[in-house]
Design a protein around this ligand. Structure first.
Ligand SMILES: Cc1ncc(C[n+]2csc(CCOP(=O)(O)OP(=O)(O)O)c2C)c(N)n1
Ligand SMILES: [Mg+2]
Length: 349
């Protein structure tokens, strides 16, 4: 006799009675706004390409993680923030976020080359850049650490009633870290003003998200904490900005944290020393051909009537800015040896 089919466990809504944010709509940018997004993304791309070259020439030492391919995420999200109040924290793939925050490319490049004029006085390098006056809190090398630190920043926003929201960026790999879930629990319990932004670039070093994650739809990772999540096309700057608006409205209304899973892709290796044997060139090329965020914005600008000449002028202006940053970073002096003893804890406890 045929067995009765096993009763299908129908999936109940994971967070019953929980209000959900509306489906975000792509941001309706004016021509000037879109041109600005385009410039910022192109600045990140050209800056990172130059950083890659300087690394190859030996001007940059240590680790160097490039943001090429992911530009729309930082530009789209950070364009929606209130620069006076909101804070940002991220991991080691941080140059793009700093540029999107309007920090001078010269001081970022000088940090990469370890110069005294660098934003962390040449002592932090690629992974440890900060600008507390801009409320940019790094730049962290420990995978997932920025999630708990960001939760602390959000606690401070709430405690001091300054009206700010923290944007805490982390990767698909970091989303499997234990401290992420301790943070989620507290953030929802205390309704902290934080947006957890998972930059799902499909890989954690050489491990693809599907190989490492039992739930690879990362926007669902907050469900057992009743934190809603939204999955966003992270290759479309207008989708990113639209999602940021929705998320900020939710958090600013006091409804607690929210997760944005940004589906994106990194074109380069994990860091400059990654031979990238875990994926084919064709895979990378296919994403570049189909979904490049800068090409996408360029196409929209052309549809809005921006002429080829204007876009070429933008390209030239950005190349000049990046070359100036590189020249500065090569020529400006290294820190004095005495700097070894500043900004470090020397007392014994
Ligand atoms: C606690 C900890 N574990 C492991 C590492 C080594 N590590 C550095 S980056 C990385 C992968 C993280 O991938 P993901 O979170 O997806 O970020 P992505 O590099 O893709 O931006 C690992 C395992 C580390 N730095 N810290
Ligand atoms: Mg990743």
């Amino acid at each position: 006799m045929a067995k009765a089919p096993a009763k299908k466990a129908s999936a109940p809504p994971a967070t019953p009675n929980r209000e959900r944010p509306d489906e975000p709509q792509p941001y309706k940018a004016s021509k000037a706004e879109l041109l600005d997004f385009y410039k910022q993304m192109l600045l990140i791309r050209r800056f990172e390409e130059k950083a890659g070259q300087l690394y190859g020439l030996g001007f940059i030492g240590g680790f160097c993680h490039l943001y090429i391919g992911q530009e729309a995420v930082a530009v789209g999200l950070q364009s929606a923030l209130d620069g006076e109040k909101d804070s940002v924290i991220t991991g080691y793939r941080d140059h793009g976020h700093m540029l999107a925050y309007g920090i001078d490319p010269k001081v970022i490049m000088a940090e990469l080359t370890g110069r005294a004029a660098g934003i962390s006085k040449g002592k932090g390098g690629s992974m440890h850049m900060f600008s507390t006056e801009k409320k940019f809190y790094g730049g962290h090398g420990i995978v997932g650490a920025q999630v708990s630190l960001g939760t602390g920043l959000a606690f401070n926003h709430k405690y001091s009633e300054d009206g700010g929201v923290c944007l805490a960026y982390f990767g698909d790999g970091a989303s499997n870290q234990g401290q992420v879930y301790e943070s989620f629990n507290m953030a929802e319990l205390w309704k902290l003003p934080i947006i957890y932004v998972i930059e799902n670039n499909q890989y954690a070093m050489g491990t693809s998200v599907n190989r490492a994650s039992s739930e690879d739809q990362l926007y669902r990772r907050g469900e057992s904490f009743r934190i809603p999540g939204i999955q966003v096309d992270g290759m479309d700057v207008l989708a990113c900005r639209g999602a940021a608006e929705e998320a900020l409205a939710w958090v600013r209304a006091g409804k607690g944290p929210l997760i944005l899973e940004m589906k994106t892709y990194r074109y380069r290796g994990h860091s400059m020393s990654d031979p990238a044997k875990y994926r084919s060139r064709d895979e990378v090329q296919a994403v570049r051909d189909k979904s490049d965020p800068i090409e996408h914005a360029k196409k929209l600008l052309e549809e809005m009537g921006v002429k080829e000449d204007e876009l070429k002028a933008v390209e030239q202006e950005i190349r000049k800015q990046v070359n100036e940053a590189a020249d500065f970073a090569e020529q400006t002096p290294e820190p004095e040896p005495g700097e070894l003893y500043t900004d470090v804890l020397v007392e014994s406890y």
